[in-house]
Design a protein around this ligand. Structure first.
Ligand code: HEM
Length: 428
């Protein structure tokens, strides 16, 4: 016990020392600071989510559209001003992604340069290679995985359900099959070596990316032998093997595959979990959604592409859920290549910037009753006219947004055939 007290005191002293020595650049003096002490205190109380940060500092996010934090010896500004955010997303060359090495050397070692973290010509090349694979989504894999999930649910007899765990198992299996043609079989056999390695490493490592790399190395070897799915992996491997058009090296392939796992697994699992939670506590909305599904699908649990498209209310639910609980509540950091004028300050060039969609999605000046779950607000609305950044924006918009939307719709349709289960799901 005394050892842990010693560690806690040492950490506090280190944070205080670092904070006192942090020289605030002139341009940042007028930007409100979320102190390191506040962050530490919130972490101890386990109230350190982006939602809590908004509650604690809403006044400053609303007034200035920006707050600052001092993390790992660096000032980071979080921007929640919708006009500035729009401008930043439309001008990726002026607001490029910060080099991953600068803020997370460990991640950088394992993820290298990839489509999420690169800029300029390298990013364009990666995006060009990956983009076509997301145009045709093998829907039947989602359906199959959704039905597997239903089998698992049926076997859980009147016991509490770990929603997040189940959704993570579902999305890992779905991503494995649709993107890499590989069945992790996490739903049916959560004790298989892939899954146990994953769980062990998740427990041991703060950063699970190292795990993903190990796992993917195994998978690439397996999949190179039997590639014929037309999936993302196949497309990327083809690009590597084409001598005349060597678009990706082996290392680039590995780095990009890793980032797909990272970008595509937890994000959709989070979205599905919060959506199920919202439906469990809003029975009237649940009923309305169910009526839509039953009306369009009848008693079939396998939706066609046309049927999926007509699920208008389900679509609204999905967007409203992502508004309230954006799976990516702070985007990957950018670096200012020129001074940035905010309402009450000028942030100097060189500063690291985190776009903070949570602040935009919950702003009472932008959304009526932002804390209320009202799917109808997305009815007949053009997303481009809304202050909605669930999937980012501009040319760096999420590459997997359609992939995830279809996955969510299918899972949701399947869930409708197990209605009572949803009704009893609870989350802390
Ligand atoms: C609910 C699910 C998802 C959400 C909410 C989400 C959200 C986002 C957001 C907000 C960004 C922009 C980040 C930024 O500008 O810094 C992004 C980028 C990206 N996402 Fe997703 N995402 C989801 C699912 C997926 C899936 C399933 C994949 C792939 C399998 C994926 C792959 C990517 C990639 C590659 C990028 C980088 C695009 C680029 O910079 O050109 N995402 N995502």
């Amino acid at each position: 016990m005394s050892f842990w007290i010693f560690v806690a005191v040492a950490i506090i002293l280190y944070i205080v020392y670092k904070s006192l020595n942090a020289r605030t650049p002139d341009g940042l003096k007028d930007v409100h600071t979320i102190s390191s002490f506040h962050l530490f205190k919130s972490a101890i109380k386990k109230r350190c989510g982006t939602d809590q940060m908004y509650l604690d500092f809403q006044e400053y996010f609303e007034r200035d559209g920006v707050v600052k934090l001092f993390i790992k010896g660096k000032w980071i500004c979080l921007i929640s001003d919708p006009i500035i955010v729009k401008n930043m997303l439309l001008r990726p060359d002026t607001f490029p992604k910060l080099d991953l090495k600068e803020y997370s050397p460990i991640c950088s070692r394992h993820l290298g340069v990839n489509v999420v973290h690169s800029n300029g010509d390298i990013w364009k090349r990666y995006r060009r290679v990956c983009n076509p694979a997301f145009k045709i989504i093998p829907v039947h894999f989602f359906v199959e995985t959704g039905l597997k999930l239903m089998n698992v649910l049926e076997r859980i007899d009147n016991k509490p359900i770990e929603v997040m765990d189940l959704m993570q198992r579902f999305t890992l299996d779905a991503l494995g099959k649709t993107a890499f043609g590989f069945d992790f079989n996490n739903l049916e056999d959560p004790n298989n070596p892939y899954v146990t390695t994953y769980n062990d490493l998740l427990k041991k490592l703060i950063n699970c990316i190292i795990y993903l790399m190990k796992l993917l190395k195994i998978n690439i070897n397996l999949l190179l032998l039997e590639k014929s799915n037309g999936d993302l992996l196949e497309l990327m491997i083809n690009a590597c093997e084409d001598q005349n058009n060597a678009n990706l090296t082996d290392v680039e392939l590995r780095h990009n595959l890793s980032i797909f796992m990272f970008a595509g697994h937890e994000t959709t699992a989070d979205a599905l979990s919060t959506l199920l939670y919202l439906l469990a506590v809003h029975k009237d909305i649940q009923q309305k959604a169910r009526e839509e599904v039953m009306g369009i699908l009848g008693d079939s649990s396998t939706p066609s592409a046309e049927q999926l498209k007509s699920l208008k209310y389900i679509n609204m639910l999905i967007y409203e859920n992502l508004r309230m609980y954006p799976s990516v509540p702070i985007f990957s950091l950018r670096k200012l290549s020129e001074d940035l004028k905010c309402k009450n300050s000028i942030i100097p060039a060189g500063t690291a910037i985190g776009i903070y969609p949570y602040g935009i999605h919950h702003s009472p000046t932008l959304w009526e009753n932002p804390e209320k779950f009202i799917p109808e607000r997305f009815e007949n609305k053009n997303l481009e006219n809304l202050e909605f950044y669930g999937f980012g924006g501009g040319s760096r918009m999420c590459l997997g947004n359609n992939f995830s939307l279809i996955e969510q719709r299918i899972l949701y349709v399947n869930m409708n055939f197990h209605w009572l289960l949803i009704a009893y799901i609870k989350m802390d």
